[in-house]
Design a protein around this ligand. Structure first.
Ligand SMILES: C[S@@+](CC[C@H](N)C(=O)[O-])C[C@H]1O[C@@H](n2cnc3c(N)ncnc32)[C@H](O)[C@@H]1O
Length: 257
């Protein structure tokens, strides 16, 4: 295995205990850190992640971004997939390193980031959106996350054009009308692949599941993920008062010819 060291162009987070992550791209020479001034990370190049760097007299750890760092620092446009749903989508779609995954639509790129993270450097995400503005935002978020080389972008309507590739390992749909994209998606996945849809309302879910059955998907299933954070204090552990309410429903089915 090659040594894990910092290289130019890598995404990096600066982290101090108790403070939020600062996401940066590692370049040679001074780089601007928002309104906070300039920072020079050149000395990190060639060293392993986890080392310290001094900035304005304070020590920061330079770390590879975790998935939660990437979600926390992304710019949001369209309604994004939350980590609770994103994680379940990865397991429903059975996404593994090296996979080639289709995704529509790109939106703000939150799910694209989770998919690109999961497929690893040898995998590929083919991400579709019919709105140029959404695609620009998704692309900017994915590039900032250092995952750009793993994603291929297609601007267009996936229902009208279908997918430009075949034998994809899975397809994930987060569109207002996922049922309309199911038949073209069926043709674009390999036998044994899963198709997963995310829908905010029961009406959308019903129509999606009905279409999954009609086109002959196997093991069709529907579910909702409910997450409740806990406040942990010695002798006073209880559910948090702020609960993430409804986000969306997940449905999935498998192509078995
Ligand atoms: C809710 S957003 C997706 C959010 C994204 N999953 C995320 O986590 O950031 C839905 C996106 O689907 C796109 N879209 C809707 N219908 C489409 C279609 N038929 N083909 C391609 N993109 C479509 C919209 O333009 C929109 O950007």
């Amino acid at each position: 295995m090659s040594e894990d060291v910092w290289r130019e162009g890598d995404a990096l987070v600066l982290k101090r205990v108790g403070e939020p992550p600062l996401l940066l791209r590692l370049d040679r020479g001074p780089i601007r850190l928002g309104d906070a001034g300039l920072i020079d990370l050149t000395s990190l190049l060639g060293s392993p992640p986890g080392g310290s760097i001094d900035w304005l007299g304070t020590q920061y750890r330079a770390l590879r971004p975790s998935l939660s760092d990437l979600f926390a620092t992304m710019t949001r446009g369209a309604q994004i997939i939350t980590p609770k749903d994103g994680a379940r989508i990865l397991s429903l779609a059975s996404i593994a390193p090296g996979d080639r995954i289709g995704e529509a639509g790109s939106g703000s790129g939150a799910l694209t980031i989770a998919l690109a993270f999961a497929v690893g450097p040898s995998g590929m995400v083919l991400s579709f959106d019919r709105r140029a503005e959404a695609m620009r935002l998704a692309k900017a978020n994915v590039e900032r996350a250092g995952l750009g080389p793993r994603v291929r972008w297609v601007e267009g309507d996936v229902v009208k054009s279908g997918w430009p590739e075949e034998h994809l390992d899975a397809i994930v749909l987060d569109l207002p009308e996922p049922w309309a994209a199911l038949a073209p998606s069926y043709r674009a996945v390999r036998t044994g692949a899963w198709m997963v849809a995310y829908t905010p309302t029961y009406n959308q879910l019903e129509r999606t599941v009905r279409t999954m059955r009609e086109i002959g998907l196997d093991e069709v299933q529907a579910l909702e993920v409910i997450e409740r954070a806990l406040h942990v204090g010695e002798g006073g552990t209880r559910p948090s008062f702020d609960m993430l309410g409804h986000t969306g429903f997940l449905s999935a089915g498998r192509r078995v010819d």
